[in-house]
Design a protein around this ligand. Structure first.
Ligand code: SF4
Ligand code: SF4
Length: 126
């Protein structure tokens, strides 16, 4: 799946209740870079996308009682998975080497593309 597009990026910023300047500060990047992502002039890099999802997930943790990935997916592989080992049932998309959906051998950039098709990550943008 493609990285966040300009509308999704802008939507995520609003969900985080940040102005463009405030989001630039939170991500440690320039205001110009934020403009570029929201105008669609530059693709959102994978490391920025991961930070956005990280902040969205922490925001959601405050307000939702969502279940960890192994319960949502009724996972039979959790005992072998680093997401379970490190108690990261809401951050499984952040961790490489997870055992589901063929993400085990993938780079962080490839993996986030697969995870973006998964309900666990999609729910953060809803
Ligand atoms: S990330 Fe790991 S624990 Fe979570 S559903 Fe996938 S295999 Fe199971
Ligand atoms: S596909 Fe990605 S987001 Fe979905 S459960 Fe597996 S690691 Fe988590």
């Amino acid at each position: 799946m493609d990285p966040l597009d300009k509308l999704e990026f802008s939507q995520a910023r609003k969900k985080l209740h940040r102005t463009q300047q405030q989001l630039a500060e939170l991500l440690g990047i320039s205001l110009k870079a934020i403009h570029s992502y929201e105008q669609g002039w530059r693709p959102v890099p994978a490391h920025i996308e991961r930070q956005i999802f990280f902040f969205l997930s922490k925001k959601n943790n405050d307000t939702s009682s969502s279940l960890p990935c192994w319960e949502v997916k009724q996972c039979g592989m959790k005992e072998e998975c680093p997401a379970y080992e490190f108690s990261c049932g809401h951050l499984c998309w952040f961790i490489c080497g997870t055992r589901c959906d063929c993400t085990e051998q993938l780079s962080a950039k490839e993996k986030i593309g697969i995870c973006r098709s998964c309900d666990i990550l999609k729910s953060l943008l809803e």
